[in-house]
Design a protein around this ligand. Sequence first.
Ligand SMILES: [Zn+2]
Length: 285
Amino acid sequence: MKWRNRRRSSNIDDRRGQRMKSGAKFSIGGIIMALIAIFVFKQDPMQVVSGMVGGQSSQSTSTEQTNYQPSAEEQDVYDFVSVVLADTEDTWTQIYRQSNAKYPHPTLVIYRDRTPTACGTGQAASGPFYCPADQKIYLDLSFLGELKRMGASGDFAVAYVLAHEVGHHIQTVTGISSKVRKAQSQTNNAGQNALQVKMELQADCLAGVWANQTQQRTQFLESGDLEEALSAAEAVGDDTLMKRAGVPPRRENFTHGSSKERMNWFKRGANTGLIGSCDTFNGVI
Ligand SMILES: [Zn+2]
């Protein structure tokens, strides 16, 4: 992705120098259980996190400032992410303008290890997530190394992950997320997961729409970029994650969609550039 010397977003809350002072201590066993819940069963990380913290989250909100010095390599990743966020702002602003609407910018919080959020204590172990209650995306940059270890390398793999989280923001501000939550409250566990899959696949498709429209606007893609996004979508598919964890992949436990589905929905958005092509719900909500 061509990104050097391009606009960087100012909607970033850099909390890398902040340390949470007190609060619930998690045992190693608890963290492993949470990781299994998140990566294997793809539970909503925030549900897992609030489950772990229980009623003690209010104790966990005080932070202290440390003198944090990122490496040059990490700062480069930070700068890259801030250009991707700016590209999501510019492209979604343009898309919203077509319907005479104003795009409400989300904030990207970059943190290390743990940070307070309106959805409970955010933890690096959760991977990147979007909290609808404060409309912020939370990212611990160490996840990007994890993504590489999962077989998704290249800068556009990172861009896809961020654009997917921005997709959840779009779903929140357009009211899709609350419709899904309502439908989920009226069905059983398998039905809830099926709805969650549709939601995640739509976020993948919206990431594809963003890639397409940003390309039209800025010609920012380099050869291999879309393949990098697809390899990331493949790496985070439920069947692939379950196989890696030694768990037999069962459809009813999927919450994000199979690797193939995730790749296909990203591709669909990237090929058409149209939000209308992202109706993963097809009348269900
Ligand atoms: Zn998601």
